[in-house]
Design a protein around this ligand. Structure first.
Ligand SMILES: Cc1ncc(COP(=O)(O)O)c(C=O)c1O
Length: 455
């Protein structure tokens, strides 16, 4: 059985060679701050990808952000396509979002009791995503996916869950698995510290591979509780679903009485109003949301069919709780953000602007003879150095990662802040104006031109 490692961990496993010889991207002050952080935080960070292990060198320490730009401790300004890993669809410190947060904070930071904001947010989510007949707010995407999975198991009284190689659903034990070529074979955990038994009921198959899904169902009759899938995969670069993939999963779940969970933590309110389910027309049983719905503060949610959601405590016996769930300040940031996204034409206008930038990118790649793939879903995008399309984790991992590293470092040196891992999607905000696009394309032109000649 060949083992495909979770890309989120794989990127830690290959420290870039000869990093020391390379010009650092972070300035002297950032580097001092990072050394200080590293003495007290493991790896200097609170989430692994921020340590730039795959890219090499120290990350700049960020002190502020406004619109499409962030500034580091050395006063260097970058155009930001990470956007806090997706939430900031309006850019940094959007005035209406900041005002809403200030107003909510003035009324108290939290109560651990019902508030009107949380009902308002749940109603808004339900109106945008009719499949979410009932909603539970939580504080992170990890919690949302972990809880949706528990609920699916409670609803079906079954244990097996199918996920896809290269899809990330947070770091809960049963979902920290991306391994295994044998699609009917039970998997082992991808992180130390996860008891094998906790992930033994997780089966990982290639994204976009309906035949593999059919085989797992056939090999495990009456035992599959759920399929959990990112409807557009954003954790192995950006990978679009083949047209038959999501309807096929829906049909399999229907035929076998399993719960279909769309993890729209990344795609929710980013690829379209609501999420990808509104684009593809497939109605999942449960949906997980996060990122954009909190506008930069910790809000996430899961929800779906009423009869499944009503199995949750206090109505039912499936337990899930949270001290900060539905926190009023965080909910205010989410509501203010979604109010802007609800403006007529928001997604159409912004996604067209992003398409134009990607056309510019693609013609630069052609001009300099570099094989690149670009993908877009609404206000999310991805790129890879590959001459063939990226359709799953195997093709994402087969892309030219050395070229990616040279490009990404070059762009950062030109002050364009792209994710420091080839397995991340890139994001767009309504604050990315013409100047930001022109500066990005000028930087890309310079870097790709340098890459054209032998390195
Ligand atoms: C699709 C998806 N699901 C779940 C998560 C986990 O969310 P969080 O980091 O808020 O726990 C992420 C995080 O990137 C994600 O991209």
């Amino acid at each position: 059985m060949s083992r495909i490692r979770n890309p989120r961990l794989a990127r830690l496993s290959k420290p870039a060679d000869a990093q020391a010889a390379e010009r650092p991207i972070a300035g002297p002050r950032s580097r001092r701050l990072f050394a200080r952080a590293s003495a007290v935080l493991p790896g200097g960070v609170n989430s692994p990808v921020r340590a730039w292990k795959r890219l090499g060198g120290e990350p700049p320490t960020i002190v502020r952000g406004k619109g499409a730009r962030i500034e580091d401790a050395d006063g260097r300004t970058y155009i930001d396509y990470v956007l806090s890993w997706g939430p900031l669809i309006l850019g940094h410190a959007h005035p209406q979002v900041v005002a809403a947060v200030r107003a909510a904070a003035g009324h108290g930071l939290g109560f651990g009791a019902p508030t009107t904001g949380e009902t308002e947010l749940a109603e808004l989510l339900r109106s945008a995503l009719p499949s979410m007949e009932k909603v539970r707010l939580v504080s992170s995407g990890t919690e949302a996916c972990m809880s949706a999975l528990r609920l699916a198991r409670a609803a079906t009284k079954r244990e097996i869950v199918i996920k896809c190689d290269g899809c990330y659903h947070g770091h809960s034990d049963p979902l920290l698995v991306a391994a295994g070529s044998g699609c009917a074979t039970l998997n082992t955990p991808d992180s130390s510290g996860v008891p094998a038994a906790f992930s033994a009921t997780t089966i990982s198959i290639p994204f976009n591979d309906l035949v593999a899904a059919e085989r797992v169902f056939a090999a495990n009759p009456g035992a599959v509780a759920a399929v959990i899938v990112e409807p557009v995969a954003g954790n192995m670069g950006l990978v679009l679903p083949r047209p038959e993939w999501l309807p096929g999963l829906r049909a399999l779940c229907d035929a076998h009485g399993s719960v279909l969970i769309f993890d729209e933590v990344m795609t929710g309110f980013r690829v379209a109003w609501g999420g990808w389910q509104n684009v593809c027309g497939v109605r999942p049983d449960l949906t997980c949301l996060g990122k954009v719905i909190g506008g930069g503060l910790p809000v996430a949610a899961y929800g779906g069919r009423r009869e499944i959601m009503d199995l949750l405590a206090p109505l039912g016996g499936c337990y899930q709780a949270g001290t900060l769930s539905g926190n009023p300040v965080a909910v205010a940031a989410g509501l203010a953000t979604l109010k802007q996204c609800a403006q007529p034409g928001f997604y159409e206008i912004e996604s067209t602007r992003l398409t134009l930038m990607l056309l510019g990118f693609s013609s630069l790649a052609q001009e300099y003879g570099l094989p690149m793939q670009f993908a877009q879903a609404g206000l999310m995008w991805g790129y890879a150095f590959s001459s063939t399309p990226i359709t799953d984790y195997a093709s994402a991992a087969a892309a030219d990662l050395d070229r990616w590293r040279t490009f990404c470092r070059g762009m950062l040196q030109e002050r364009i802040y792209l994710a420091p891992s080839p397995f991340e999607a890139a994001f767009w905000s309504s604050a990315h104006d013409r100047r930001a696009v022109a500066a990005t394309l000028a930087a890309a032109g310079k870097v790709l031109k340098r890459m054209q000649s032998p390195q």
